[in-house]
Design a protein around this ligand. Structure first.
Ligand SMILES: Cc1cc2nc3c(=O)[nH]c(=O)nc-3n(C[C@H](O)[C@H](O)[C@H](O)COP(=O)(O)OP(=O)(O)OC[C@H]3O[C@@H](n4cnc5c(N)ncnc54)[C@H](O)[C@@H]3O)c2cc1C
Length: 474
């Protein structure tokens, strides 16, 4: 992650979009009656039979539902929560509409932009940083954004050196499998250790590697982040643009439109517990005991959650490895803070281990400014005094009016945050992780080939692939 300033023309200046609106009513979605019995498919006793079942109503599930509908199928969507969106969740804080999950889009993420165009939705640029607070040799220092970007850009350039070769075609991550063998085992911490960094430079980089890893930088893979850099265009500056845009109407708006177009039957509050394939049919059972039968099921939940569902026959080795090790990161807490007064739009970073690793300026309200903070595991977000002290590290003398934190990794239907592959997972999981398991197909940002893990772009990409696989089985 990086900063956007008002005084720089550096490409890194494009960043972080903001506020949006959940069509909360959309969470209720459509509820057309189930189509009884697909032609040619035997109807199981006490179970409704449908064309296709999609488990999970995030962007991956929404893409699958819409694409299956476009092929003439009527999907049933089973969603555990009382809303659509999953790791996308537009809510309210201090009277403003805010994104509790993912916020930003990049101009190079073509799939989401196609969806926005399809539904006549637009984007706008996020708040630009007026100043940047970074660790210095003697405590924090305040820098003009252009100076911070220049230094950060050079350091990240060195960090990712060579990735243009091993991700020669970043949308086909295994294209240079031969070169990946040497780098896929490396963690982000390993890569930092290979560089000759001063203690201050190390903190400038390990702030970000720690945020993305969800704790220690030993957890995230170099290839995971390097692929994002190459997908974005190859530099710190181009990567920064992936956080520059916000969709008007909120991150959920396009997803709602996809579900509307799909006319899928969406059952909220329906956590799935069991998926059983036998005799050419798949039976899906919810926690409440409802049963549905279909020739094909698409599992579009986070990979970390697969282990909470009983699959019969059991999951293949790659899927078992993914859900056991986890792809969703173990710490992902996004906190909204409201700071009193007229506060400069300040972007801030602190080194690994700090209570807040990254702070991003948002809009100035009449009584104060909003910020997004990505916290580290060392901050207890239930302790207001600790939160106030952590914010004051970056903004000395300011007062916190209120804050609100979402601990995604503790959420039972995510069991992790955004995804970032661990070392070795690219070569160990791909391409098998994309393959159907009999009549069970898998989708989700966590297992996307391109913009994997931390981007709805990847959820959509995997949804298109899964819909094609599912349509062939339906
Ligand atoms: C804090 C945070 C910040 C992020 N920032 C950005 C960003 O700025 N830009 C960006 O593009 N992306 C961002 N991301 C990543 C993005 O949100 C995800 O990559 C994307 O939303 C994942 O979509 P998905 O459909 O694969 O999974 P999800 O959105 O997780 O959807 C899966 C669905 O499955 C449901 N489910 C789970 N278990 C069951 C079950 N047993 N039965 C039925 N349903 C079940 C869940 O409730 C959920 O609705 C962020 C993520 C987080 C957590």
């Amino acid at each position: 992650m990086s900063f956007r300033g008002t005084q720089s023309s550096h490409p890194a200046d494009r960043r972080f979009g903001r506020r949006s609106l959940l069509k909360a009513a959309g969470a209720a979605a459509l509820s057309a009656p189930l189509i009884p019995a697909t032609a040619g498919v035997a109807r199981a006793k006490d179970a409704a039979t449908v064309d296709a079942i999609v488990i999970g109503a995030g962007y991956a599930g929404g893409t699958v539902a819409r694409e299956l509908a476009l092929r003439g199928l009527k999907p049933l969507v089973l969603e555990a929560r009382n809303r659509i969106g999953g790791r996308i969740w537009t809510g309210t804080f201090s009277g403003a509409q805010v994104e509790i999950g993912g916020s930003w889009l990049g101009p190079q993420q073509t799939l989401i932009h196609k969806e926005l165009n399809r539904y006549k939705l637009s984007t706008f640029e996020d708040v630009a940083a007026e100043q940047v607070v970074l660790p210095g040799d003697q405590g924090f220092q305040i820098l003009p954004p252009a100076d911070a970007y220049n230094t950060l850009g050079k350091l990240w350039g060195e960090f990712y050196a060579g990735s243009e070769k091993y991700f020669e075609r970043p949308h086909e991550p295994l294209f240079r499998k031969d070169l990946l063998a040497a780098v896929d085992p490396l963690s982000l911490a390993d890569r930092l250790g290979q560089m000759q960094l001063s203690p201050t430079e190390l903190q400038w980089l390990n702030s970000e590697t720690s945020v993305y890893s969800g704790g220690p930088s030993t957890r995230g893979s170099l290839t995971g982040m390097a692929q994002w850099i190459q997908l974005s265009g190859g530099s710190y500056g181009t990567y920064s643009t992936t956080m520059s845009l916000r969709p008007t109407g909120g991150m959920t708006a396009a997803l709602q439109a996809m579900f509307d177009e799909s006319r899928a039957d969406i059952r909220l509050n329906s956590p799935v517990k069991k998926v059983t394939e036998s005799n050419g049919l798949v039976t899906v059972e919810t926690a409440a005991g409802a049963r549905f039968v279909s020739p094909v099921v698409v599992v579009a939940t986070p990979a970390n959650v697969w282990k909470t569902i009983t699959f019969s026959p059991g999951l293949p080795a790659a899927h078992t490895q993914a859900t056991t090790q986890g792809i969703g990161v173990p710490h992902a807490t996004k906190m909204w803070v409201h700071v009193r007064g007229n506060v400069p739009a300040t972007a801030a970073q602190a080194g690994e281990g700090s209570p807040i690793l990254l702070m991003v300026p948002q809009q100035q309200l009449s009584d104060g400014r909003l910020f997004i903070a990505f916290t580290g595991p060392s901050l207890n977000v239930n302790n207001a005094a600790q939160v106030q002290a952590a914010v004051q590290q970056f903004l000395p003398g300011t007062t916190l009016i209120r804050y609100q934190a979402m601990e995604w990794a503790k959420d039972q239907y995510t069991m992790g945050g955004w995804g970032l592959r661990r070392p070795n997972q690219l070569l160990q999981l791909f391409p098998r992780i994309e393959e159907p398991h009999g009549r069970i197909v898998f989708a989700g940002a966590d297992i996307a080939r391109g913009w994997h893990g931390a981007f709805i772009e990847g959820a959509i990409e995997s949804g298109f692939r899964a819909a094609e696989q599912a349509a062939a089985l339906a």
